[in-house]
Design a protein around this ligand. Structure first.
Ligand SMILES: Nc1ncnc2c1ncn2[C@@H]1O[C@H](COP(=O)(O)OP(=O)(O)O)[C@@H](O)[C@H]1O
Ligand SMILES: [Mg+2]
Length: 306
């Protein structure tokens, strides 16, 4: 069942493609995404957590009918988890069985067998080089800032040549390179060498109009008035001095929580009681509780014309 679609032909078509899957992009993002697809360049998306970076790759994969292959980065990520490893237990078993069957005579054949694809465990980077149904897959290298620089250097090589060399097996090269999207929450800077290979886009918090559109797309059962107030409140709270400002993910969570409570409008008590859906640090919650919530809410309601 292949439902692959061709790449979008314009920036507007890119916007529409994402919008059709409930992803509300601004023009700058649609432009860089369009160009990355056109120019076959990896796209590096940086931004605060919860601003929709990971979701772009997922949306793109489903919109284009491509397989999504995700490499979630973390501290200590090694090649065995990112590229491939040998199924050691399986290889041992094959050797034992050969011995038991008295078939150890042909050592070369046995060696070729245990270092064949049969015992190769393919991890995301290797999978992304293989042909997939629907066309080259989307390779999402998520939260790259969590790995170390040695891994980044290796990744640079893989991206440059779209190939991986396995000493026992040879070089595996993609017939058509994958569409690569890298994300970073910017806990450290990504190396210039890697950045040079990529197109770059900073994914910022959406403005009020776009956040409302996102809310309508992702939490459609929130009453209109409530949705508007939620967005206005979140936009206001992001301007406050916070340890961690709420992302779009938190806006959606909060709206869903309020819908669960059958709320149709915000009031100070309701906001105070549900602040934990929006703010995830006790210091931030404490700073916003009480008179601060009321002050923000008054401002929001005046702006929204009640
Ligand atoms: N522009 C957007 N349109 C639709 N949904 C969005 C958008 N931005 C963020 N979201 C939603 O916010 C949530 C968090 O997004 P995610 O991609 O996980 O953030 P990040 O990877 O930047 O931390 C997801 O549920 C996603 O659906
Ligand atoms: Mg993410």
């Amino acid at each position: 069942m292949s439902q692959s679609s061709s790449l979008p032909a314009s920036i507007d078509a890119t916007l529409a493609l994402l919008q059709g899957r409930g992803y509300v992009a601004d023009r700058a993002l649609a432009t860089v995404l369009f160009l990355a697809l056109r120019m076959k360049r990896p796209l590096l998306l940086e931004g605060e957590a919860g601003t929709g970076k990971t979701e772009i790759a997922k949306t793109l994969a489903s919109a284009l009918g491509r397989k999504l292959i995700r490499l979630q980065c973390y501290e200590g990520l090694d090649l065995a988890s990112a590229v491939y490893e040998w199924n050691y237990a399986g290889q041992m078993m094959a050797i034992r069985l050969a011995e038991a069957g008295g078939a150890t005579g042909d050592r070369d054949k046995l060696e070729a067998d245990i270092f064949s694809e049969k015992y190769l465990v393919k991890r995301p980077l290797l999978q992304a080089l293989e042909p997939q149904e629907g066309g080259p897959p989307i390779l999402l290298i998520d939260e790259l800032d969590r790995t170390d620089e040695a891994f980044e250097a290796f990744l640079l090589e893989v991206l440059a040549d779209a190939q991986v060399t396995i000493p026992e097996l040879g070089t595996i090269k993609a017939a058509e390179p994958p569409i690569v999207i890298l994300t970073s929450n910017r806990t450290r800077e990504i190396h210039d060498a890697l950045k040079r290979r990529c197109l770059y886009h900073w994914v910022g918090y959406p403005d009020a109009a776009r956040e409302l559109a996102i809310l309508k797309a992702r939490a459609p059962n929130a009453p209109a008035k409530l949705a508007k107030q939620v967005v206005a409140f979140v936009q206001a709270i992001r301007k406050e001095e916070l340890f961690k400002a709420p992302g779009v993910a938190e806006t959606l969570d909060w709206a869903s929580a309020l819908v669960e409570l059958d709320a149709v409008a915000l009031d100070p008590a309701l906001v105070s009681d549900t602040l934990g859906a929006l703010l995830k640090y006790q210091d931030d919650i404490q700073a916003m509780q009480g008179s601060k919530v009321k002050e923000l809410l008054d401002r929001v309601k005046t702006e929204a014309g009640r």
